[in-house]
Design a protein around this ligand. Structure first.
Ligand code: GLC
Ligand code: GLC
Length: 818
């Protein structure tokens, strides 16, 4: 069952009813100001950091769900009836409803009692504000006396404090009203230099700044007293729950349309610009009004929408593919890169499932998120890599996350994940392959625990590799530390106290527990880094890395192979995990993908056997399971992984992030039919028809889909912010379609289903545009018979680097070599 449909021409997902199985969300903002918006306009906004600079309040565990956010009410002043044109929060039935989630904007249209409304919300490119355009049309045969009420509820900046420290924060709220702009200035009197504003393009009939005055005692947002009465009190709030609510009153003739604009802004002000010791304690409204007012006009808003479309045209124009399969094409061309960009921007911090409090920018996450975004945002990726390197530790290790506002690493969500540092090598190499910007390696960056000890990025990378080499266990495999990519494989925690969070409990690392995943990851990183070292003429490092790579491969072959597939780990007692000797958790997906990607077992048939085992034991119609059989009960030697009910999360769900690894691995084996099939199983558009089962948005990947052991197999959770986005994009574009950046340029080496006869990819790369047409007359999965570039035959599969800003036509004929 579907709840909407794709409109590919407009690059929108169109939702036909407000009561989707879950709120289906979108993201507004391309830079520092971010808004989350659901299909009923709920959600919240923040500036750069969802924890430290939260503008509006959102209650995750609220009932009804998704109540908070952008509040709008239309009131028929003739009879006092009122409704919300976005359905929520009043939830009165709408005769028509349609939500269009587009790229960086959302538009909700509805009809109630002959009054039509359309609300379009966006964050203009380069601005720190969210703007709403509200269009109201009278479709009745007689004039309508209408009131429009808008409201936002402010968060008292620090979202954690806001949700916990009520004895203080119920006494600190402050607002100012200047002309019709409501300014939220809590704590501006002391150490803050920033405020939020809410403005309206119309002259107000009234306003409200205190939540309880607007709602009335013991009422919720569905029945505000002010709306019921049709009047506000125009009072200035101190303490309590500061809000900004505005009242506009009109008479609309039959057929008449009014357009009104609202803007929610974030402003940093110069506090010393005026009087008083320690500077101003009251914000100056002038710069605020100057920043906001140009956007409160049709010309300003329409221009902002045009700029936003142009922004996404540029972003998505970097790569365009046509395979003839709608599910694949719309993911490659629209939704997957869009999700990659969003995930890259906010990491795992803020979604319907991430509260914006727990995590900032994750080290391993951000490095992987970069893989799917670097071709669109190369400049930004460069600075992100340097930010990440700056939180690296002198040991070569890494803070597991840093706070986006301060860029300082913190251990609040744990530390000692021994895979972390290697991802920096992975991301940097992806950046180098995309851009050829070798100079980045000479940029100096400090260390998170030694700000003075600046070294070049290249040296940071060498330390990252050494971190693994310095920490090897009894089998010569990398020690796992707290956990590896699988946060929940806590082999050194041995926790039996329910009050200890798995991710922060002190670990007892006896230097026994080893990870085969990190071993494979190391081999991928070491080969790339050795290549980099050679190009820098650092032969000694290249040699060391090549030796280390060889030793690690030997260790994997001798101790990381279980007989039918790659082993997952050794626990703290030296017992195998992910082995046929285990009753539960006999096979894990991660090492099958990662070791094959490291080219281990490609020459001796092990990779093929490992992937066959994945196909036999882990493949379901909803995707590939993380492990089988799921753990039925809790095991102290394994930790959080066994804490989840069977089939959920790391305990045997389809943990989607890992699926593209297998897709890539299948491509390395040349099995294009399987690669494509696996990619489709988790493709959200492909799953749209079973939205009642999947439940999450059909336009973006989710972190997990409940596994075979769960009663609701197929149900997705944790949509939007997942490494799946990047990896799915990399797998599809670089490995299946095979247009792959390398250090020396773009390679074309597809691995496709045998019955895919033609496809094309247009790719901008290092200042040239490649129009690649692939034909597959012999019906092969992989293999190239000939390539012509601008009509001239090419030897090898690497396209020339033109760098001339021109378009070049590449004809690729697949088939068995002549
Ligand atoms: C989550 C985390 C990521 C981790 C994965 C597996 O997606 O953000 O860092 O690798 O779970 O545990
Ligand atoms: C990852 C995992 C999750 C775990 C969390 C701990 O996100 O997906 O299961 O609880 O890490 O931080």
């Amino acid at each position: 069952m579907r709840f909407g449909h794709f409109d590919d021409d407009r690059r929108e997902y169109v939702i036909d009813r407000p009561d989707t199985p879950h709120p289906w969300i979108n993201y507004l903002g391309t830079g520092e100001f971010i808004g989350i918006i659901s299909n009923t306009a709920a959600g919240y906004t923040f500036y750069r950091d969802a924890r430290l600079r939260r503008l509006t309040r959102y209650r995750y565990n609220n009932v009804p769900t998704d109540e908070d956010g952008r509040f709008l009410y239309l009131r028929d002043d003739a009879d006092g009836s009122y409704w919300s044109p976005t359905w929520r929060p009043a939830r009165r039935p709408l005769e028509e409803y349609r939500c269009r989630h587009g790229l960086g904007y959302t538009s909700i249209a509805s009809l109630h009692a002959g009054i039509q409304a359309r609300i379009t919300t966006l964050v203009p490119v380069g601005k720190t504000m969210e703007v709403w355009s509200v269009e109201v049309t009278n479709r009745r045969h007689e004039a309508a006396e209408l009131s429009l009420f808008s409201a936002v509820e402010f968060c008292l900046w620090n979202a954690f404090d806001d949700a916990t420290n009520f004895q203080r924060n119920l006494n600190i709220g402050e607002v100012r009203v200047s002309n019709d702009t409501i300014i939220h200035c809590t704590e501006f009197r002391e150490r803050r230099n920033h405020v939020a504003s809410f403005s309206c393009s119309e002259r107000l009939a009234g306003f409200e700044t205190q939540r309880d005055a607007f709602l009335g005692p013991y009422r919720g947002w569905s029945r505000p007293l002010a709306v019921e009465r049709g009047t506000t009190s125009d009072a200035i709030a101190t303490g309590g729950y500061p809000i900004a609510a505005q009242h506009v009153r009109w008479t609309l003739e039959p057929g008449e349309t009014k357009r009104v604009y609202f803007a929610l802004g974030y402003h940093e002000l110069d506090k010393n610009a005026a009087s008083g010791q320690g500077g101003r304690s009251v914000p100056d409204p002038e710069p605020i009004e100057a920043a906001v007012s140009p956007l409160l006009t049709s010309a300003g808003f329409d221009e902002a929408l045009r700029e936003l479309r142009a922004y996404w045209d540029r972003m998505l124009g970097t790569l365009h593919a046509a395979t003839g399969d709608d599910d694949v094409d719309r993911m490659i061309n629209i939704w997957n890169p869009y999700q990659c960009a969003v995930t890259y921007t906010v990491s795992r911090s803020a979604s319907r499932y991430e509260s914006g409090i727990g995590r900032g920018i994750g080290f391993r996450d951000a490095n992987q998120d970069l893989l799917g975004a670097v071709h669109m945002l190369p400049q930004h990726a460069r600075s992100r890599i340097l930010d990440l390197a700056s939180t690296q530790l002198i040991s070569g290790g890494a803070y597991h996350q840093y706070q986006p506002l301060t860029k300082q690493g913190n251990d609040a969500i744990g530390s000692g994940f021994n895979d972390d540092p290697l991802w920096l090598i992975h991301a940097t190499c992806a950046y180098l392959k995309e851009t050829g910007d070798w100079a980045v390696l000479d940029e100096a960056a400090p260390y998170g625990d030694d700000a003075a000890g600046r070294e070049t990025l290249y040296e940071h990378l060498l330390r990252a590799a050494n971190y693994t080499l310095d920490r090897r266990g009894p089998h010569g495999l990398p020690l796992i530390g707290r956990a590896d990519w699988n946060d929940c494989l806590n082999l050194n925690s041995h926790s039996s106290d329910p009050d200890e969070p798995f991710q922060t409990v002190p670990i007892e690392d006896g230097a026994i527990a080893e990870s085969v995943l990190i071993a494979g990851l190391f081999c991928i990183a070491a080969r790339d880094l050795a290549d980099v070292a050679l190009r820098r003429n650092d032969r000694a490092a290249a040699h060391r890395l090549a030796e280390a790579d060889r030793a690690m491969r030997d260790a994997i072959r001798s101790h990381g192979w279980d007989g039918g597939w790659f082993l997952r780990a050794y626990d703290a007692a030296g017992m195998p995990v992910g082995s046929s000797t285990n009753g539960e958790g006999r096979i894990f997906i991660e090492p099958q993908g990662i070791c094959t990607m490291a080219a281990i077992g490609l020459d001796d048939g092990r990779a093929r056997r490992a992937l066959d085992a994945v196909g036999e034991q882990l493949a379901t119609e909803h995707g590939l399971l993380l492990l089988q059989p799921a753990y039925a009960g809790y095991r102290t030697n394994l930790g959080e992984i066994s804490s989840y009910p069977p089939g959920y999360k790391e305990n045997g769900s389809v943990f989607c992030h890992t699926n593209p690894w297998i897709v890539i691995a299948e491509c390395l084996l040349g099995r294009g039919d399987r690669a494509w099939d696996y990619a489709l199983r988790i493709n959200p558009s492909h799953r749209e028809a079973i939205s009642e089962v999947h439940e999450c948005e059909p336009y973006v990947y989710a972190q997990m889909i409940a596994g075979r052991d769960a009663s609701d197999h197929g149900k997705a959770r944790n949509s939007w912010l997942t490494g799946t986005a990047s990896w799915a994009y990399v797998a599809m574009t670089q490995w299946i379609l095979g247009v792959r950046p390398t250090f020396d340029g773009l390679v074309v080496d597809p691995c496709i289903p045998a019955d895919l006869k033609t496809f094309s990819v247009v790719r901008s790369f290092r200042d040239a545009r490649y129009e690649i047409h692939v034909s597959n007359p012999d019906g092969v999965c992989r293999g190239i018979r000939s390539i012509h570039v601008d009509g001239t035959p090419l030897t090898g599969d690497r396209l020339p680097m033109f760098g001339d800003g021109e378009t070049h036509v590449v004809d690729v004929r697949m088939g068995r070599a002549a």
